[in-house]
Design a protein. Sequence first.
Length: 167
Amino acid sequence: MSIGYHDDGEDTLGPTIVTLSLGAPATMNIRLKQKYFKIPEETKQRVEPNDLILPSCCMEAERRELKALYDSKQITCAEYWTRLGALRSSNRRREASPICSLELHHGDMIVMHGANLQKYYEHSVMPNGELRFALTARYVIPEKLAEEVRWKGDYTPSSEYEYDGDD
């Protein structure tokens, strides 16, 4: 079973995701989320441009050049939005291409770290064979859980489980 593009960003979980891949091989692709890939739409108020230009976004070089012109006050806000609209009209790419592709094999461990990875990027996993399992671990941030469910993660082993170094 394949897992289409998604992110694992949840506000109750920490920024690190660790996954152990077991079974058949698979391919993991990582790409920019659509809202960061595409050229932003103009707002009715023609507000200050806040175009976040990330690596591999749509028409990255042209957008960086346009933003530099605006930031150096060589063009007005209105002209910025007009030129950005022209870029949008000339664009042929509709979705982001993968910026990273990983071949996963039995026993491989993947670590994705950083809240921005989940904020700006999404990933997919396509199996290349029969049966595959992904064992994923995340840190749950207790302070972000509702009081009535916090206890579910509490575990204090009894003294019989303490290891003293002997067999």
